[in-house]
Write a protein that binds this ligand. Structure first.
Ligand code: PEP
Ligand code: MN
Length: 340
């Protein structure tokens, strides 16, 4: 349930109610809005305490949260969450552009990509050091060496690093180098990983599993939020259907659907979502038209020789052209791309 504080409730009253909620054996998530503060009270026995909380100082009302996801729900926080990491802003009127190679292959490839995407207007660098590959014989990533290369690219360009963490044991290592922890589609329901990443504290970009429903995506995000981390970004990256023309099927209706139910920012990944370079620019533009708060795009200096996902990667010129198109659509829908 949500304890809705009165407008102008004092800090002491809010702290008092957080303690009251905790004394009742519930978890308290205070959410400070510009209009008023609400405290989400989460736990199995919440309903029986409703009346006693309603009489608390500074409390306007206590209402049940109807959605199965609690802290992610727009019922708890009607204002949009803006996740901000240096020049990367995601949410509300901000459009973040996360671009870079599928995999970190070597220092030169990553650094020249970082420079090129920055020059074209990206606000974060992506690149996988730990790669979840369908086959154990495919390139698995450079691991810590790859993380060091990403950190060096950040130091030179100022672009924050978004990179995947595949297992809970690696969270501390990846967090030492990364600015945003990416949880990949295959791990969307790895609950130990979600909890560990949530507890670490750095922003988390959570990709939708190709066979997960949007409710399941929101409940997975809830694990991170429930660990006390408010900076969660959802990512639509395509689902599996009967259609075989594209690698996955990219359902852009996810964006407005999610925006009606959650305050969390939503990013779209048209690279994995389509699996074809030629389809990426227009699907990127379409995602922005649908209200996306960010894009994740694979970019490689020479996609033909890429060690992973070259067939869906943009070269530098194609990335520039995509950015030109995206900027025009962003202008039309009132989104701005921040500068690095
Ligand atoms: C990626 O972004 O590098 C990736 C592996 O994507 P996904 O988890 O969506 O397959
Ligand atoms: Mn990839």
């Amino acid at each position: 349930m949500i304890v809705v504080m009165k407008k102008g409730a004092s800090k002491e009253e809010i702290e008092h109610m957080v303690r009251r909620v905790e004394q009742l054996g519930l978890k308290a998530h205070p959410i400070y809005g510009t209009e008023r503060t609400v405290i989400a009270a989460i736990g199995s026995k919440r309903d029986e305490h409703r009346q006693s909380l309603e009489s608390g100082p500074g409390v306007a009302e206590v209402v049940p949260i109807l959605a199965p996801y609690k802290v992610a729900s727009i019922e708890v926080k009607p204002e949009r969450t803006v996740v901000r990491v240096g020049p990367l802003w995601l949410g509300n009127c901000h459009l973040g552009i996360i671009a870079g190679p599928c995999s970190v292959e070597n220092a030169e490839q990553t650094l020249c990509t970082a420079r090129a995407v920055k020059a074209a207007g990206a606000t974060a660098l992506r690149g996988g050091a730990f790669k979840p590959r369908t086959s154990p014989y495919s390139f698995q990533g450079l691991k810590e060496e790859g993380l060091k290369i990403l950190a060096a690219a950040r130091d030179e360009t100022g672009l924050p690093v978004v990179t995947e963490v595949m297992s809970s044991e690696d969270v501390a290592l990846v967090a030492r180098y990364a600015d945003v922890l990416q949880i990949g589609a295959r791990n969307m329901q790895n609950y130990r990983l979600l909890e560990e990443a949530g507890a670490e504290g750095k922003p988390v970009l959570l990709k939708r599993g190709p066979s997960a429903t949007l409710d399941e995506l929101l409940l997975a995000a809830e694990y991170v939020l429930n660990a006390g981390n408010q900076n969660v970004v959802l990512c639509e990256r395509g689902i599996r259907t009967f259609e075989s023309h594209t690698r996955f099927t990219l359902p852009l209706a996810s964006v407005p659907w999610l925006h009606e139910r959650t305050h969390l920012p939503v990013v779209v990944d048209p690279s994995h979502g389509t699996g074809h370079t030629a389809l990426v620019p227009r699907m990127a533009a379409a995602a922005v038209a649908a209200g996306a708060d960010g894009l994740m795009l694979e970019v490689h200096p020479d996609p033909e020789t890429a060690l992973s996902d070259g067939y869906q990667s943009l070269n530098f010129r194609q990335f520039e052209e995509t950015m030109d198109l995206v900027r025009r659509v962003a202008d039309a829908v009132g989104k701005k791309i921040d500068r690095c």
